[in-house]
Write a protein that binds this ligand. Structure first.
Ligand code: CTP
Length: 404
């Protein structure tokens, strides 16, 4: 499956370096071009010759071999590669990358690289749980670095706990999923809404909310990667817009309603991740509202249309997915929205949990279905949460199409 892919395997100094041999062997058997880059410490655990034989390529080791070599080879390697995987990744290399330190071939190549970088940590449990290491890991995750979590087991130091590097087969699967996303949404049209809506009070003021659009953008991006034809209807967001088939920018709830309704008929699924304003000012002042002498003023608000409810009302075969952002009684409130809005699935967010909901790179959600089933998705990056939600969308689409 990885035929034609170019993968750099970085090996750092840990006992698990021996497992990198199996990883390199597996990738070579998949006919990927594999280049191994070892830190100086890694060469104390496995000889470069072993990797050379397994990868059938020259192995780069330690410090820069020469300035000329560094300038040419190192930059070109960073650019022709499809992915970099560092396995094992010690606390040291993770700390260096997280803090912008590039003092050897591997750390410099990672810094010059624009391709996905996968890190497979391996270390003693206390080191893994150390808050400084955890912070470094979070920093890298927030910059899009991928982590394959270590497992629990007997560690080289004799302790039993978390820190054992993920198995080579797991790392191989991770690379396959990363480089060759499954195409299980091919042939389906999906519309995703994202971000906040903005309700103007006057020419200089508006009502909005903290939504960043990250969850909706991740859903649109992952749906596209999985082969869907994707329309993204987005409120005003400050993050890069994913490459999808159609992007419709809107401001107000009414504009979002219009954009979604006019495209609803042709969709197979609609995922409403947008944080829609429930109310808007009754009148938008034509001129800037001037400060009054009174200590208080009131702003009259009128109810906005509930887009999802409107979609639920006229739903035919579409899969309809809603979000529920709650600060209390998560399951009760979210469940009532399933019925009220005629949904096939609701993604419930408990906004009181740290790292959950608006503006975070991570999320933790509960998926609730009309038949009472529920599924917890633990704290993950939003792209991974998006993938889990889309797995359910695929099931629902298949069920609906099988019934046709
Ligand atoms: N939604 C919508 N139109 C609105 C309000 C919400 O389409 N006017 C959608 C959201 O995109 C989300 C779902 O409905 O998918 C639930 O939104 P949420 O704000 O959690 O719930 P509300 O129905 O607005 O109820 P409440 O604010 O009372 O919790």
């Amino acid at each position: 499956m990885l035929k034609g892919k170019h993968i750099v395997v970085g090996v750092t100094g840990g006992v698990a370096a021996y497992k990198a041999c199996e990883l390199v062997s597996r990738l070579s058997k998949q006919q990927a071009t594999v280049e191994v880059m070892m830190t100086e410490a890694a060469t104390s655990f496995v000889k470069p010759e072993t990797f050379q034989a397994l990868s059938r390529n020259q192995v780069v080791t330690g410090l820069f071999q020469s300035v000329k070599y560094w300038e040419i080879e190192h930059i070109s390697l960073a650019q022709k590669t499809d992915a970099v995987i560092i396995a094992p990744a010690t606390a040291n290399i993770i700390g260096k990358i997280a803090n912008g330190i590039a003092d050897d071939f591997l750390s410099t190549m990672v810094m010059a690289s624009t391709v996905p970088v996968v890190l497979a940590p391996a270390m003693n449990t206390q080191m893994y749980e150390n808050p400084i290491f955890q912070r470094n890991m979070e920093v890298l995750k927030s910059h899009g670095y991928h982590f394959v979590d270590p497992c629990e087991g007997l560690l080289a130091c004799g302790d039993i706990g978390k820190g054992k590097m993920a198995e080579p087969a797991t790392l191989e699967d991770y690379l396959i999923n990363l480089l060759i996303p499954k195409q299980d949404l091919a042939g389906y049209r999906i519309l995703v809404t994202a971000g906040p809506t903005r309700e103007e009070i006057d020419p200089v003021r508006y009502i909005t909310n903290y939504s960043s659009g990250k969850m909706g953008y991740a859903l649109a991006e992952m749906a596209k990667k999985r082969g869907a034809q994707v329309t993204l209807v987005t409120g005003p967001c400050q993050i890069p817009v994913p490459k999808v088939d159609e992007v419709v920018s809107v401001l107000s709830t009414k504009e979002m309603l219009q954009a979604v309704m006019s495209r609803y008929e042709e969709q197979d699924a609609v995922v409403k991740a947008a944080a829609v304003a429930d109310y808007r000012p009754a009148d938008r002042a034509a001129q800037k509202i001037k400060k009054q002498d009174d200590e208080t003023i009131s702003l009259a608000l009128v109810k906005n249309p509930d887009i999802l409810w409107e979609l639920g009302k006229i739903k035919k075969d579409q899969v309809l997915v809603g979000f529920a952002a709650e600060t209390e009684n998560l399951v009760k409130h979210a469940t009532s929205k399933i019925k009220h809005k005629n949904l096939d699935l609701i993604v419930a967010n408990d906004l009181t949990l740290p790292g959950v909901g608006f503006d975070h790179d991570t999320n933790q959600v509960t998926l609730l279905f009309p038949d009472g089933r529920s599924q917890q998705i633990p704290m993950e990056e939003k792209t991974k949460i998006a993938d889990s939600i889309l797995n359910e969308v695929v099931h629902l689409l298949r069920q609906k199409h099988a019934r046709k």
